[in-house]
Design a protein around this ligand. Sequence first.
Ligand SMILES: Nc1ncnc2c1ncn2[C@@H]1O[C@H](COP(=O)(O)OP(=O)(O)O)[C@@H](O)[C@H]1O
Ligand SMILES: [Mg+2]
Length: 273
Amino acid sequence: MMLTLEKVGLAIGSGPDTRTLLEDISLQVGPGESLGLVGESGSGKSMTLRSILRTLPDGSTSSGTVRYRDKDITTLSREELRRFRAAEVSMISQNPLAALNPVLRVERFLIEGIQAAKPRTSAAEARKTALALLADVGIHDPERCLRSYPHQLSGGMLQRVVIAGSVARGSSLLLADEPTTALDVTTQSDVVAILNEARTDAGMAMIFVTHDLDLAAAACQRIAVMQKGRIVEAGPAQSVLGSPQHEYTQMLVASKPSLTRRASAPVPSEDGK
Ligand SMILES: Nc1ncnc2c1ncn2[C@@H]1O[C@H](COP(=O)(O)OP(=O)(O)O)[C@@H](O)[C@H]1O
Ligand SMILES: [Mg+2]
């Protein structure tokens, strides 16, 4: 297994003011697998990702284990943790601008990523690879994109660039936190298709966080439903949505009448534009 969380807990504050943010979170993701983490706002989805990255809020106390390959991430030294974050994990958020330096062209972002993963790559070679990666994520004029600054690109383009960046860096673990929330519906399904392609081609393990059950079913093989800091139900996407066992999941499914129809439709693989 690539990533295993065992009974992960998180609390903040002390004494009578203690608040539990996560309780008993256990999950597994293997290479090339995708897990959807679904739940209402405030249910602890982002905190779960932050416990994997170990970027926890000040004054919080964590428990349980986060195993990445054969290492318990919770016991890594600062330097080991820095290396884990830089070399193994890519984080894709709602706001792709956060991942990009506004004064650097896309070219620098991608070439640095490629050279970080393979230090002996020449700049010319890295540039070629960058062009190919941009084409892979459905960018039609990769040359022009390479020369652009982040603010010159649309949200959908930026998200593609960030995904190309995670492939460039050779990340094995992709943590996507509501990566398509800010995008229109067509671009949303393009980005999900590209994420899935990158995941299967590069054998990355992906956790895809969303409050949207339809999207989780389209993007992921398995789904875990979170409520108030706990996983209340988990299983294959189709069975969680088709025959939800937990009351909370049933409520989520019931509030989405189009769900079964859309969830059983295949993920569109062709790239709209
Ligand atoms: N820095 C923080 N300090 C204390 N509590 C926080 C902090 N950030 C988030 N929380 C609380 O943790 C809970 C889970 O938040 P989060 O993981 O961001 O939810 P989600 O991503 O599912 O919307 C929420 O109740 C939120 O208020
Ligand atoms: Mg969140």
